[in-house]
Design a protein around this ligand. Structure first.
Ligand code: ATP
Ligand code: MG
Length: 478
């Protein structure tokens, strides 16, 4: 129910109660009081009349008596009947045999005793009709009630209008403004705020709305700058990763140069020998067209081999463009190839079990990079214990995964170090940068949905890489 309807109902109820009270309580009470007062007045007037009649009764002046009473009846038309009865119950007035009108329910009957020295000589009985009096009272009361009702109606109307203007209308506008606020609109008009309680409500609503507006603006700003900050942070992270990859590449580059130097040592020696032979042949006159051609062909072959070595390494560092199916064993062998020379240099024996035909989807050169990082770590761990040592490299397919393990016999990783080895920049080496294993983990877990774990064997450390096997049709296994 609307507030307006409630106010209207309340005022109507108050009005009905007022009218009900006037009709049901005040009117009968006032009527009874006036009728009683009137009756007492009549009784007093009749007593005076009785005193005037007494000498006439005693003196037997019946003519005067009749005249007086006839005159009284004429003067008081509401007197329905007048009787005078002597103490022997004989009717003195009106004449015996004259019929008396029958009394009505609201008639008032007065019996006045005419006394002389305490003895009643006659009784005057007057019956007075109350009907004219009652009619007059009712008329006066009705006029009063109508005046009151009109006045009350006016007052109630005024109260209603005042409530409408000072409470209902402002409250309903306030409600509209708060609905608008809930819908995110901050500029809905507010009612004028007076100095009363409703005004206070309007003031506090306006204050609250301002605060909501402010805090929303703050939030919006925060959201905007937050997004910016997140983007900056993401960009910075990407840059860091990029740097890490770069760094890690450089480290492997060192391995590569080392290896190329090793691979070239033998052909360089051979070339030197060839040149030496040509000069000797020339000095001893033994240089023939055939021997020169043979020597040139040999030199050419050696140079080609050296050039191929460079190509092999260049392929290793060529970045993967997109995901592709690749032979995991080939990728592991690529990594071994890069380290081969330096491992041989330190008399480190490699025990490899690398079957062909295990195929996974991913980035082969990144995968080789990860395996290379494990091999380099194993080599470095072994180097610290002097020449010699053994590295095991195994590849197997199990439970839908290709698993590569690299282990060594260099004594393992200290228990307090083990949980941290994959953290970026964690290193226990003087020259280490601590990104090798972090890189490997990123490549395997982020780029290839695999996992990498470190553990210790009785002899040394052991790392296991596991990546999902290719699942598409046209499997190359077997
Ligand atoms: N085979 C291993 N044996 C013993 N400790 C190892 C082995 N591999 C890794 N660790 C430990 O893990 C640490 C982190 O290795 P990680 O390859 O991430 O960094 P690094 O080798 O120290 O430096 P970087 O590889 O960047 O040159 C190493 O410093 C070493 O303490
Ligand atoms: Mg390392």
């Amino acid at each position: 129910m609307s507030l307006r309807a409630k106010i209207f109902l309340l005022l109507a109820l108050v009005y009905a109660l007022l009218l009900g009270y006037l009709y049901a309580v005040w009117m009968p009470e006032a009527t009874r009081y006036q009728v009683d007062a009137n009756r007492r007045m009549q009784a007093r007037a009749l007593a005076t009349l009785g005193e005037g009649l007494t000498p006439m009764v005693l003196g037997g002046q019946l003519g005067d008596l009749y005249d007086t009473l006839d005159q009284m009846r004429h003067d008081n038309p509401e007197w329905r009947a007048v009787e005078l009865i002597d103490n022997r119950q004989r009717r003195l007035y009106p004449l015996a045999g004259t019929p008396l009108p029958t009394a009505e329910s609201d008639d008032a009957q007065h019996d006045i005793a005419l006394r002389v020295g305490g003895n009643a000589v006659a009784t005057l009985r007057v019956t007075i009709s109350q009907a004219p009096l009652l009619a007059e009272i009712r008329r006066a009361q009705t006029a009063l009630i109508v005046a009151l009702a009109v006045a009350a109606l006016f007052v109630l109307l005024l109260v209603g209008l005042m409530l409408e203007a000072t409470v209902r209308r402002p409250v309903s506008r306030l409600a509209a403004a708060s609905h608008a606020l809930a819908a995110g609109e901050f500029d809905a008009p507010l009612p004028r705020a007076g100095s009363d309680e409703v005004g206070e409500l309007v003031h506090s609503f306006a204050h609250m709305r301002d605060q909501v507006r402010e805090s929303q603006q703050g939030l919006r700003q925060l959201a905007a700058t937050l997004e910016e900050r997140v983007q900056q942070e993401v960009a910075r992270n990407r840059e860091k990763d990029h740097l890490l990859i770069q760094q890690s590449r450089l480290a492997s580059m060192g391995e590569m140069v080392h290896n190329i130097a090793h691979q070239w040592r033998q052909p360089l020696n051979a070339l030197g020998l060839l040149i030496h032979n040509i000069r000797d042949d020339f000095e001893y006159g033994a240089l023939t067209a055939a021997s020169l051609q043979q020597a040139t062909a040999d030199a050419q072959r050696l140079l080609e081999r050296m050039s191929r070595t460079i190509d092999d390494f260049r392929d290793f560092f060529r970045p993967d463009r997109e995901m592709a199916d690749f032979d995991v064993g080939a990728a592991v062998r690529d990594a071994l190839f890069i380290t081969e020379a330096s491992l041989r240099n330190y008399n480190i024996e490699v025990a490899a079990e690398i079957p062909d035909g295990i195929v996974a989807a991913g980035y082969p050169s990144q995968f080789s990079q990860a395996v290379l990082n494990l091999l380099v770590n194993a080599k470095e761990a072994l180097q610290q214990r002097g020449p010699g040592g053994r590295i095991g490299v195994r590849l197997a397919a199990a439970d839908g995964s290709a698993v590569v393990t690299v282990d060594d016999d260099a004594g393992g990783i200290a228990p307090e170090v083990l949980p941290k080895v994959f953290e970026p920049y964690f290193t226990t080496k003087e020259q280490g940068s601590g990104i090798g294993l972090y890189m490997a983990k990123m490549i395997i877990e982020k780029n290839m949905n695999g996992s990498i774990e470190a553990s210790n064997t009785p002899a040394g450390a052991r790392f296991a890489i596991s990546i999902p096997l290719r699942t598409t049709a046209g499997d190359r296994h077997g």
